[in-house]
Design a protein around this ligand. Structure first.
Ligand code: HEM
Ligand SMILES: N[C@@H](CC(=O)c1ccccc1NC=O)C(=O)O
Length: 285
């Protein structure tokens, strides 16, 4: 036994040190791949580019889990398993909070620092994040035109094309409520799921009834509030993105070709579940 090993054993005699034929932390997590995946492009390498890369890579990892959970929630709803769907949504809400909080790390990047390596990014932009677009699609903000950005990435294109064709989480939700006996109007059950979801006024009286008599359909009441939380959290992420962009590049156009902050500000007018907000005006009237 070497001196290092003896010292370690003195602290905790059971600590494993021989990893021949044993799974390790690094092998299980494929850390070589993960920690070898940061490739700054600035020349000479800019100190702050690592922050920029890691802020994006961690976001993409959390987006991967978000997609995994939202797809599972959708499947659960299709099987009328509301408990499982709500469990998945609860996890997504925590991921969203973590993603929103994470903006403060990137906000330490000053406009001066970013301008020193921004040019090296070319036309790369978060606009090209297929996982972000997939989350938008699952939540109902469909836009077939977005697929054009992914022509050169067959896997991303296939994922988005499948999600475009499938009902959104909200579509599945109405179908589930219909099967549980709620008088969901046909217009909500037979809409063209490939198009962006838009306000369906026929749904508001039904939702109003649930809000005014929550104990008659507690599952629907709770689910509506969970969806409102999901949208709220999404908007908070969008807002902090827009404000971080404003403090970093002001009103310069984006590398992806958009107007920049103006484009991101307009995204704040989007709503995934319009009727769940419209009902607030009607409740108590
Ligand atoms: C200093 C940091 C950042 C700046 C200056 C910035 C800037 C921008 C700008 C200007 C756009 C508009 C599209 C364009 O023309 O490029 C955009 C879009 C986008 N960015 Fe960022 N961004 C930053 C960080 C991030 C991070 C950390 C993420 C996380 C994944 C992200 C994800 C996105 C997404 C998903 C879009 C598309 C939004 C949509 O289509 O509604 N961005 N960003
Ligand atoms: N659109 C950003 C560039 C940017 O933020 C970015 C560049 C490469 C990879 C991800 C990015 N993040 C979000 O848009 C800009 O205009 O500065």
């Amino acid at each position: 036994m070497g001196a290092d090993e003896e010292n370690l054993r003195a602290i905790e005699p059971g600590i494993v040190t021989d990893f021949t034929d044993r799974m390790t932390y690094a092998s299980y997590l494929d850390l070589d791949t993960l920690l070898g995946a940061q490739h700054p492009v600035s020349v000479p390498e800019h100190h702050d580019e690592l922050l920029f890369i890691i802020a994006h890579q961690t976001s993409e990892l959390w987006l991967k889990l978000t997609l995994h959970e939202l797809e599972a929630a959708k499947t659960a709803l299709a099987q009328d398993d509301i408990a499982v769907a709500l469990k998945c949504i609860a996890r997504v809400k925590h991921i969203q909070k973590s993603l929103t909080e994470q903006w403060s790390v990137l906000a330490t990047l000053t406009p001066t620092e970013y301008s020193e390596f921004r040019g090296s990014l070319g036309n790369a932009s978060g606009f090209q994040s297929h996982q972000y677009r997939a989350v938008e699609f699952i939540l109902g903000n469909k836009n077939a035109g977005m697929l054009a950005v992914f022509e050169s990435d067959p896997a991303a294109h296939a994922l988005l094309s499948r999600l475009l064709d499938e009902p959104s989480l909200y579509d599945e939700f109405w179908r589930h409520l219909h099967r549980t006996g709620l008088a969901v109007p046909t217009s909500a059950l037979e809409r063209d799921v490939r198009t962006a979801y838009t306000m369906n006024p026929d749904l508001v009286p039904l939702i109003k009834d649930v809000y005014e008599h929550p104990h008659q359909n507690w599952a629907a009441y709770e689910s509506f509030e969970e969806l409102v939380d999901l949208e709220e959290n999404f908007q908070l992420w969008r807002f902090r993105h827009m404000r971080t962009v404003l403090r970093t590049i002001g009103t310069k156009p984006g590398t992806g070709g958009s107007s920049g902050v103006g484009f991101l500000r307009r995204a704040l007018d989007l709503t995934f579940f319009p009727e769940l907000f419209a009902v607030r005006t009607e409740v108590g009237r």
